[in-house]
Design a protein around this ligand. Structure first.
Ligand SMILES: C[S@@+](CC[C@H](N)C(=O)[O-])C[C@H]1O[C@@H](n2cnc3c(N)ncnc32)[C@H](O)[C@@H]1O
Length: 261
């Protein structure tokens, strides 16, 4: 199977305000007034790091991401902060680096359920009581935008190439809670559905091209990629009605979790 391509920071940032809103909502629930050390796991183009830096200007903040394009963009946006290309499934802070807050916005859904819990345990367990691990993830695999992505993948001449391309399902909240609680003093979980008003059905497709659609279109080239996108757009047009103002309401459920050691 073709290797997934690098992320594209400019495609991702086409909906920067909408994508950064859940980051702000997550940070609002982090129970820390002046953390000294913060790691932004999967910092992308630095949008989540900027939110952290605004709320905690005196903290030492490091942003990590496995995408070189994302890290390059983040370094341009926040040159005074520290950014590294790294895979969070293997990343470990240096010995003696006491971290108050591990923050990860729109990243952990790309990991397997086992990796999600293992990463949180490995990073949070050695930290002092009161340290926080905060994540938010899209919880939208049952939404038309994802159902139709899978349907389009299964129906076209590309079906063979796209067989088995699937983002991992999230574990249930009960499972997540039961696996985190033994080493955390508090675990808070909540869901929010955003209804983003976007320009039209084409904007829904542009949005997911920046993230959720990547595993599918990364495996297609040229005309085949274009044909896939056209077939997908036709389905999206039927699933998302046009509002009174000519725009489209794009429903986007997300799951949030704040664990305190
Ligand atoms: C949807 S973006 C999130 C960017 C930003 N945190 C935000 O709040 O918008 C997801 C990012 O996770 C990164 N990512 C995915 N898997 C990763 C991994 N195993 N290690 C590090 N970064 C990863 C991707 O490269 C991408 O930049």
């Amino acid at each position: 199977m073709t290797k997934a391509k690098d992320w594209n920071a400019s495609q991702y940032l086409k909906f920067e305000n909408e994508r950064t809103l859940p980051t702000r909502n997550l940070l609002d629930r982090v129970p820390l007034s002046s953390p000294k050390r913060i790691i932004d796991l999967g910092c992308g183009p630095g949008n989540s790091t900027s939110v952290l830096a605004t709320r905690y200007p005196d903290a030492k903040i490091t942003g990590l991401d496995s995408s070189p394009d994302m890290i390059k963009k983040a370094q341009t946006v926040l040159p005074e902060r520290d950014f590294h290309v790294a895979d969070l499934t293997t990343y470990k802070p240096e010995a003696g680096d006491a971290v108050d807050l591990f923050f990860s916005s729109a990243v952990f859904h790309w990991l397997t359920a086992d990796d999600r819990i293992a990463v949180i345990r490995r990073l949070l367990e050695p930290q002092a009581p009161g340290s926080v691990f905060a994540i938010q993830v899209p919880n939208n695999l049952s939404e038309p935008v994802h159902v139709l992505m899978r349907e389009t993948a299964a129906e076209g001449p590309w079906a063979g190439k796209l067989a088995g391309v699937q983002r991992n399902e999230l574990e249930s909240v009960q499972v997540m809670y039961d696996r985190l609680k033994p080493f955390c003093g508090e675990v808070h979980v909540w869901e929010t559905s955003y209804y983003h008003s976007v320009e039209g059905p084409e904007a829904v497709v542009e949005w997911v091209k920046g993230a959720g659609l990547k595993p599918f279109v990364d495996r297609l080239e040229g005309g085949e990629r274009e044909a896939f996108l056209e077939a997908y757009l036709e389905k999206i047009k039927r699933a998302y009605p046009v509002s009174v103002d000519g725009r489209v309401l794009f429903k986007f459920p997300r799951l949030f979790m704040v664990a305190v050691k």
